[in-house]
Design a protein around this ligand. Structure first.
Ligand SMILES: [Zn+2]
Length: 437
């Protein structure tokens, strides 16, 4: 008998790698890592577990990866609906941020977002926001895994004055937190149109020296291309490519209005695209050509974007939309089948963040970032294919348990480390302040 810390017996185990569903299988965890996957009858014979959880009507799968969000913007959830991106940013979000964003705002907003994401089965996110030091503290308190983007803009905000100021503050935050096992870092120039060539050049130097990924919003709206051609005489992605930003650690967020040349650059550079279907629909930005990107071999993952433009942080919802929109765009019902959508929500996100050796699938040796989804209710019956149900039938409300690196941080649908009443109270206090502005 082998001793383990945790044994999960599941009705269905969906490892992502290899593809498919394993009925009546168990996951064995020791020291925060998966050490074996076995039919439950064999697991009972071969392993003794300190903690044993029976999930008789559940699917277990890797924790979802929210590959693009601005977590602290949860405090601006619903503040400006029904406006396009430019108006949303210039008339609502940026003025509000200038007035209110502080380390306290970011800590409380990130904590609120982490609570929402964990309850919805998201075990890792890729964040991009001001005061990353405060965000890191919130993630540590929550027990959630995160890659924290160190933001850079050409213009001043309450966080920093200029490109050097952003880089200095961001890299100091990374120095403080870089040994935290659940945290990793990237450089996050906001967009080609908000950071000039001089800023991009500095960012690229730091990224290479420190081996950090670079993530940026790219071609979210149609006018970005014309604006770049007028100002720089080159299309946005070609400009970044010429500056040396692209490569296997380059993350293009949105990529709604990429053309054939852009797709060739992303493919040849093994760069990643984060598809944010709800945010793109809500701001009427357009629909990214996901099926074409996948066909060209580009890794496409899923993001919620911030709660101010979504207005929820729900990767189950994004996976269903990704599947449905791809079918509409191509006129091909076989585009983005459920298994592909679920892979986009898990392993592809891990891959985009450079974390695919650690998370994204249930494989021996990987971190035990695992979620359990109850498919037992009549509304899920019958269940011929649990992968189809996870994308097209179920929602985040069916997530019952969440483990990150083997630690159970959601148990029976309740947050184990965060206090739900405290989160609501923090959000209410910020709402009072922002409404009085
Ligand atoms: Zn965004």
């Amino acid at each position: 008998m082998t001793e383990v810390d945790l044994r999960l017996d599941a009705r269905w185990l969906i490892p992502i790698v290899p593809p498919g569903t394993l009925p009546n299988h168990s996951l064995l965890v020791k020291g925060g890592r998966i050490i074996a996957i076995a039919p439950t009858a064999l697991a009972a014979r071969d392993f003794t577990a300190t903690e044993h959880v029976r999930l008789s009507s559940h699917a277990i799968l890797p924790g979802l990866v929210n590959a693009h969000t601005h977590a602290a913007m949860s405090l601006l959830r619903g503040i400006a609906d029904d406006v396009p991106l430019k108006t949303w940013l210039a008339d609502h979000i940026w003025p509000c941020e200038q007035r209110f964003v502080s380390p306290e705002f970011v800590y409380d907003g990130t904590l609120l977002a982490a609570g929402e994401m964990l309850l919805g089965g998201i075990t890792c996110c890729n964040d991009m926001y001001f005061f990353p030091d405060a965000a890191a503290g919130a993630y540590r308190a929550s027990g959630m895994r995160a890659m924290i983007g160190l933001p850079v803009l050409d213009f001043a905000t309450p966080y920093a004055a200029d490109v050097d100021g952003y880089l200095h503050a961001g890299l100091a935050a990374r120095d403080t937190w870089k040994n935290e096992p659940l945290l990793s870092f990237s450089l996050a120039p906001h967009a080609p149109y908000t950071v000039g060539d001089a800023g991009w050049t500095k960012i690229i130097v730091y990224a290479r020296q420190l081996d950090l990924p670079v993530q940026t919003h790219l071609l979210e709206t149609e006018d970005e291309r014309a604006q770049s051609l007028a100002l720089h005489h080159v299309a946005p992605l070609q400009r970044l490519h010429h500056l040396g930003a692209t490569g296997p650690a380059f993350i293009a967020i949105h990529a709604v209005h990429v053309d054939g040349d852009d797709i060739e650059i992303l493919a040849s550079q093994s760069s990643h695209v984060i598809h944010c279907p709800t945010s793109n629909m809500k701001l009427a930005s357009g629909i990214a050509p996901v099926a074409a990107l996948i066909k060209r071999g580009i890794n496409v993952a899923l993001g919620s974007d911030g709660a101010a433009s979504n207005n929820r942080l729900d990767v189950f919802a994004e996976s269903r939309l990704a599947a449905l929109l791809a079918k509409i765009v191509t006129g091909d019902a076989s585009a983005v089948p459920a298994a592909t959508a679920l892979k986009m929500a898990t392993l592809n996100g891990a891959c985009a963040l450079g974390l695919d050796r650690e998370i994204g699938s249930l494989e021996p040796g990987k971190q035990a970032d695992v979620i359990s989804v109850d498919l037992g209710s009549f509304a899920h019956a019958p269940c011929y294919d649990p992968i189809s149900h996870l994308v097209h039938v179920t929602g985040r409300d069916q997530v019952t348990d969440v483990w990150v690196a083997g630690a159970r941080i959601v148990a029976g649908g309740m947050l184990a480390r965060l206090d739900a009443r405290d989160l609501a109270q923090r959000a209410r206090l910020w709402q009072d302040r922002i409404e009085k502005r």
